[in-house]
Design a protein around this ligand. Structure first.
Ligand code: SF4
Ligand code: SF4
Length: 233
């Protein structure tokens, strides 16, 4: 990569909280990245221009050929592709969408970016903190680090929620009661009961943030997918 990383930020369909989170990080990014986005008026996803890092936010409406086609072009022109935010990485609240069902299969159906094209790193968060994107890009430039292994493993997982946190960490007795999951939850779906988190199920939007913030769950995720192969970073 050259002296500055060429970064494309493209929202494929969502509430736009994630692209705003990246754009808010511009003061931190300006020294290391040359950022292109329609929010900045300098986006080109015609296919003729390449980027070191493509950042796609939002879930993919698979009933929309234009959206799927544009996503495929972004994959082709991006050396590294990041599915950024919960909808893009693990589905998030779009996991509750019930489009595409008979007898009206034309109703809109959503999938995370990780389910539609090859993704290098997937970052849950609703949205991820603006400070986070600069750390991620620096890790990509350096070519390694815990971040990259973890977010490469999330690509393989494709879905993560508070239910998974309970199943994988709390119920097997691996929880150390640190509270990081509770602090990271954007909806207040986790609460501490007798020193361990419990889930208010109707509040969980399946954003996966708690899972990647939990020190025990994130280690499990990396180990699981290293064993299965395919974790990079
Ligand atoms: S419990 Fe909270 S942080 Fe975890 S997936 Fe649900 S909404 Fe997201
Ligand atoms: S972050 Fe993990 S270890 Fe810490 S309280 Fe939550 S489930 Fe337990």
């Amino acid at each position: 990569m050259g002296s500055k990383v060429r970064v494309l930020v493209h929202d494929i369909g969502g509430c736009e909280g994630c692209p705003i989170s990246v754009i808010r990080a511009l003061p931190e990014l300006v020294g290391i990245a040359d950022v292109h986005s329609r929010y900045l008026g300098n986006e080109d996803v015609s296919g003729g221009v390449t980027y070191d890092v493509g950042i796609v936010t939002g879930a993919v409406c698979i009933n929309e050929p234009d959206v799927v086609g544009k996503l495929r072009v972004i994959r082709e022109v991006s050396k590294v592709l990041i599915a950024y935010g919960s909808c893009a990485s693990v589905g998030g609240i779009t996991r509750f969408c019930r489009g595409g069902q008979e007898p009206r299969p034309e109703h809109r159906t959503y999938q995370p970016v990780t389910a539609v094209v090859r993704v290098d790193y997937a970052v849950p968060g609703c949205p991820p903190a603006p400070t986070f994107i600069a750390s991620l890009i620096k890790s990509i430039v350096k070519g390694g680090g815990y971040f990259l292994k973890l977010f490469s493993a999330v690509v393989k997982a494709r879905k993560l929620s508070g239910f998974d946190l309970l199943d994988d960490v709390v119920l097997p007795g691996l929880c150390v009661g640190c509270g990081a999951c509770i602090l990271s939850c954007p909806t207040g779906a986790l609460q501490m009961i007798d020193g361990k988190p419990d889930l208010v199920v109707e509040k969980c939007i399946r954003c996966g943030t708690c899972y990647v913030r939990c020190p025990r769950a994130s280690q499990l995720l990396i180990r699981r997918y290293i064993q299965l192969g395919g974790v990079k970073g």
